[in-house]
Write a protein that binds this ligand. Sequence first.
Ligand code: MV4
Length: 497
Amino acid sequence: MFDKVLIANRGEIAIRVVRACKELDIDTVAIHSKTDEKALFTKYADEAVSLNSDILAQSYLDIDKIMDIAVDKGVDAIHPGYGFLSENPVLGQRCDENGITLIGPRENAIKAMGDKITSKQLMIKKGVPTVPGDKEGINDVEVAKKRAKEIGFPVIIKSSAGGGGIGMRVVYEEDELARAIESTQNLAKATFGDGTVYIEKYIERPRHIEFQVLADGHGNTIHVCDRECSIQRRHQKLIEEAPSPIMTEELRERMGESAIKAAKSVDYNSAGTVEFMYSNGEYYFLEMNTRIQVEHPITEAITGIDLVKEQIRVASGEKLQYNQDDVHVNGHAIECRINAENPLNEFTPNPGKILGYRSPGGIGVRIDSGVYSGYTIPSIYDSMIAKLIVHGNNRDEAIARMARALNEYIVVGVKTTIPFHKALMKNENFKQANLHTAFIEENSRDLLTEVERVVKEEEERISKLHATFLPNKKIAAISMGVNTYMQQIKQEQENRK
Ligand code: MV4
């Protein structure tokens, strides 16, 4: 096992990795940008080294700088977390050159899964279901037209170098096809430096179901069950749950087997996620994410498996601690992403200083967060405040528990997505698990009406709690909005008369 690990990331995931290391008796080195000097993760690690910059290319994306620190500090391994360098094949190369282990997959796996045409071809070869359509790039618009007619409209044009929803376009009729191909090619060329695009049947309102996989360097690959991630907005997930409400033993067996085949097709040897679309009883491979994901805790909740510890163990050369037969689903878990965003204004980021903070607790509640009272959420990074994860014996209990935990949550000073999640927990379509990738669009009117009501209610009910946590009335005034505060003062004066 490693003695010392450098964490090339920030925020809650850096803390998540520190916690796994501590339980494995590994020392940790955090690296941080100028802005992140006061971030919580730098205090949790045994050592923290400044990258002396806020420019991404000179901080969290600066491989040379990070390698220098890793060598200087004598670490055995680097954990890249998610985002940043986590799916950059160069990091692994540079680690190899310096005799440092990368806690993640090998270069070949990242590259093969990063190219959508390559990965689709691999899946077809292994018998994993893929969306009907081409498995080669478009060279000739006339050929593409013929293929689109065979496939049947609507079709979708996707960039091979894309993923995560970037560089795709839906085409409903033949007349639009040529222009759509050209514009997607241009976009892909400009964004990824590779203009290769291909055609698929467009699946309308699919569910997004993904499988967690774990693989070691000894030929063992298991799946750690499924997550439902259909509720997203512009490809940003808002909430995830495990297992998928539509999952049956039989479907899990089949999809899990496909996920394992996908991982094995690239000799995968780490923690990863295989994404599928599900529609009308059929499922299709979408892509594989070659990293630990934001929503991994819901899988940990229902299986009891510490995914990050397993990921570190297999990277150090150990065998997986679990066989497929050891993996069982226990109950139901939900994760809400609590972001500093205004759900009443298109979820625009609302970074700033957290004036008061108290997170929920009690049975079945987990918070993964990198913030504290007095911390300023920087505007240069994502606006995540926390991941609120609940676990219950079944979906209904998990929903009730989440609603309860959201009501306990107090964040003063920045607008958050908490009211949105409260509204979601009450939504009938959500409760009935009528989930699909257009859920937010189709339910936005009902949700927004409820969010507005919740925000008003919070101002009234929670202002009392705010007063408890924030004896300073000025801060209370900021938190509840000055007008509401003045009204309250007036009312108090009236009452006294
Ligand atoms: C699709 C699709 C419908 N049909 N492909 C979006 C992210 C990228 N990984 C692939 N995506 C999609 N591919 C076909 N043939 C619909 C989506 C899609 C989607 C997929 C998963 C989760 C959320 C989504 C939101 C919009 C569109």
